[in-house]
Design a protein around this ligand. Structure first.
Ligand SMILES: Nc1nc2c(ncn2[C@@H]2O[C@H](COP(=O)(O)OP(=O)(O)O)[C@@H](O)[C@H]2O)c(=O)[nH]1
Ligand SMILES: [Mg+2]
Length: 364
């Protein structure tokens, strides 16, 4: 039995529609056709497994006695620090890693984010051995993560990387291997499509023969990606440093985050709002009186993403939120960003039906 080095599926030459397919298996086969195409032709993979399949693999992994690296996406924190994962991880040896720190404004102080992460854990009574921010893309703090892993990997245990789909688990393992061996090429397949990794992938790494283990992640049903087509994925996932936009609130101000959400001021109080979203999303400032008209006629052209094609399958829901101004807060939209509110105000957000809007203490 050979496993694909890219996604972990068992290599087979019987069924093209199933994971691990290659037309012909031989001694040199290292990757399935899906990963081979992803690596050499930049072809995006199709999703071929379900959340139940992924959950089975994860639960199997968690039965083993190892050190767990729980990876979350700092830009999608609320989406990826999930109750269903926290419940699975309670009582285990866990290091919490917030990945993709490179996209946060470079003035962000890492230790403040770590404090914030620890607070979020405390709020869920979730004990972790340590929290850290890293970037698998830029390599920032990868060495520090490796030191933490060495420190907490009692009795030469294996190290399991778990977390939601797309948080960068596979990228993180690649970054660790690149750093440790001073190499430039990726070992495991990564992509913008949730569900790239299909099975557990074991990588012998430590001198005692213990392994780094990559796992598939659960896909969040509330993620906005599920409502969009792959053409929009790379637009809403920031690739470069976020350029936050600050708006002092005015009565009747409305702001569109592309056509993904709108933010309307019902009572401006003394507040301002700072929007953190990918630079590829059009932020459009307008008056509340124009909101209905814009939703009816301009989504998919000036208000994009989504594209015109995607709009056909999207409905919007709305929610009023009151901020008392005592603490800074962040409004998290599943999948494409957050708004930090400073001060007292009352606002209305409209967002895509089937996605979530969640509030935390402000992250930045
Ligand atoms: N900006 C940024 N993107 C990242 C980082 N790590 C991973 N990504 C991107 O996130 C997407 C998902 O990565 P992948 O490793 O496949 O995630 P996995 O599903 O958790 O294994 C890919 O498009 C990666 O390029 C990071 O540190 N910074
Ligand atoms: Mg992966």
């Amino acid at each position: 039995m050979i496993k694909c080095n890219g996604c972990g599926a068992i290599i087979q030459d019987k069924d093209e529609t199933k994971a691990g397919f290659v037309p012909k298996i031989n001694d040199k086969t290292k990757y399935c056709m899906r990963c081979y195409k992803m690596i050499h032709y930049n072809v995006l993979p199709k999703i071929i497994a379900t959340n139940e399949d992924y959950a089975r693999v994860i639960d199997n992994v968690l039965k083993k006695d190892g050190l767990i690296v729980y990876v979350v996406d700092i830009f999608q924190f609320k989406n990826t620090f999930r109750d269903d994962m926290i419940e699975r991880l309670r009582g285990k040896n866990v290091i919490l890693v917030a990945n993709k720190f490179d996209i946060f404004p470079h003035s962000t102080v890492p230790s403040k984010i770590v404090d914030w992460l620890n607070y979020q854990c405390m709020a869920k009574s979730f004990k972790v051995l340590a929290s850290i921010v890293v970037s698998s893309k830029s390599g920032l703090f990868i060495k520090d993560l490796l030191s933490l892993i060495d420190m907490f990997r009692f009795d030469d245990k294996d190290v399991y990387f778990v977390g939601s789909a797309n948080v960068g688990k596979s990228s993180l393992i690649n970054a660790i291997i690149k750093d440790a061996y001073s190499i430039k090429t990726d070992t495991i397949s990564t992509s913008v499509i949730p569900g790239t990794t299909l099975n557990e992938i074991n990588i012998p790494f430590f001198s005692d023969n213990s392994k780094l283990v990559d796992t598939p992640g659960l896909i969040n049903d509330y993620d906005v990606l599920g409502k969009l087509l792959p053409v929009s994925y790379s637009k809403i996932m920031p690739k470069t440093e976020l350029k936050p936009k600050t708006y002092p609130l005015d009565d009747n101000l409305a702001i569109f985050i592309g056509g993904l959400a709108s933010f309307e001021v019902l009572d401006k109080g003394d507040a301002k709002a700072i929007i953190y979203a990918s630079n590829d999303i059009n932020i459009h400032k307008t008056n509340r009186s124009r909101v209905k008209d814009l939703f009816d006629s301009r989504i998919g052209d000036i208000l994009t993403p989504p594209t015109k094609d995607e709009v056909k399958n999207i409905n919007y829901v709305e929610k009023e939120i009151i901020f008392d101004g005592v603490k800074k807060k962040s409004i998290w939209f599943s999948g494409f960003g957050f708004i930090t509110i400073l001060g007292k105000c009352k606002v209305k957000v409209r967002y895509i039906e089937g996605t979530e809007v969640l509030i935390t203490n402000a992250i930045i």
